[in-house]
Design a protein around this ligand. Structure first.
Ligand SMILES: [Zn+2]
Length: 130
């Protein structure tokens, strides 16, 4: 029966190995979850002190040096938000009357785009021209 005992041992060992992998994977996932929890709490501590500095408190030098980075980041965000606003803001339309029109061109009576002086219809909006 030695042969079957060996087979049995082998199967047992394989099962144990599989169980070990499952167990360590589970534990690793739990460790990661705990670490995420710790990171969130560390961030909370940071926010607590940032709020204090924002309220006018001065903390030790090292903390204040790190805070400089936060101030710098805030400034950059502000500038980029302003850039977004500038991009989003509608371009100021130059009034048709102020546009310089070359002699062989005219402005469409409907949309104000510059079109050929002898055009019967606007190429931009299709409006009939006088
Ligand atoms: Zn037009």
């Amino acid at each position: 029966m030695a042969f079957f005992d060996k087979i049995n041992d082998f199967a047992k060992t394989a099962t144990e190995k599989t169980n070990n992998v499952i167990e360590t994977t589970k534990l690793s996932a739990k460790i990661e979850s705990e670490q995420r929890g710790i990171n969130a709490l560390v961030q909370k501590i940071g926010e607590y002190y940032v709020a204090k500095i924002d309220a006018g408190e001065t903390l030790d030098e090292e903390v204040m040096a790190i805070f400089e980075g936060i101030l710098n980041g805030r400034k950059n965000i502000e500038e980029m938000r302003a850039e977004i606003e500038a991009i989003k803001a509608p371009k100021e339309e130059v009034p048709a009357a102020e546009k310089e029109v070359s002699s062989n061109m005219k402005l469409c009576v409907s949309c104000g785009k510059e079109i050929s002086a002898d055009a019967k219809f606007c190429l931009n909006c299709g409006a009939q021209q006088p």
